[in-house]
Design a protein around this ligand. Sequence first.
Ligand code: ADP
Ligand code: MG
Length: 339
Amino acid sequence: MSQPEFEIIARYFNQASLGFSKAGVDLGIGDDCALLTAPPGQQITISMDLLNQSVHFPVDADPALLAIRALSVNLSDLAAMGSVPLCFTLGLSLNNPDSAWLQAFSSGLTKIATRYNCPLVGGDLCKGPLSIAIQVQGTVPEGEALTRAGARIGDAIYVTGTLGDGAIALASLGIESESMQKISLCATGQTEQCRQYFKAAFYAPVPRLEIAQQARHLINSAIDISDGLLGDLGHIIECSGVGAEVHTYQLPYSDAAQCCTTEQERQHAALTGGDDYELCLTIAPENCASFERLAELADTRVTRIGAITDSPGILCLDQHSKNLIMQDQSYSHFKAKGA
Ligand code: ADP
Ligand code: MG
């Protein structure tokens, strides 16, 4: 590396705005390990997401936006467990670390770290193809973590935000990569406003931490939607030993998606596309009204899109109760092409 490793760490990562002090973090960047203390009665949640150039983002991606995405998608996993962010570590492989790239990357990271009170406490740097590995740690009251295994027959299925934007963004922004799933869209009638919307949706998905924490006591099961609704709801039904029906006519779409896709395109993007980072939650019918009130207070859009059933698999029903057969259920990195 042209700049010594320690200089890079000191200049771009170990600054008060990013490696800030916080209760529960006893020692941050600088020693062989960070030292953490979980508050009494809390469990630690840990999750990691790896982003590789050409697989998860284009070669020329804006470093500040990349950093925002890398930390946001990790925070989305904490949200899916009803967890509160504690801190994170960063593993960075860089081909040619120039100061402008590092400065922009560090400023993007700082923005999200401060917004969600989640300081950087350590990491590693090495030379190699651009790759960003972030591991987040959070806390959750003992026994209260949301999991994929808690769905019960009769639960209502909710999603936060709007669906399909992540997949539509790839088409809208012309993002090409080796293995990222790309939904084919005509994407006609796109305005500059739409393009800006999709850029934000792709690079800065909002982790739904607030609603998940506040409604934790009302939620039976949860997952964040990173590989399309069908695939991720599929994990819930598998882990919970139940089935589901999804009312496709109730799926929520953004104005931008409605403006530049056909109904069929956006439905396909919502059901099988990836990168939405919204939450899919199941809630007992008697808790739905309280949940919707909390969502309103948290200013988070939530939409009831179906129910948990006792028949295996997922039925996708249109308004005439006709079942749509989806061939391509969701994105998988190692799925054979055309399978
Ligand atoms: P070690 O040789 O013990 O692995 P390093 O020399 O790699 O330690 O790192 C020195 C310190 O800097 C450690 O506290 C480590 O966690 C931190 N660090 C290294 N890389 C990063 C990074 N990309 N972001 C934040 N902290 C980092
Ligand atoms: Mg090291």
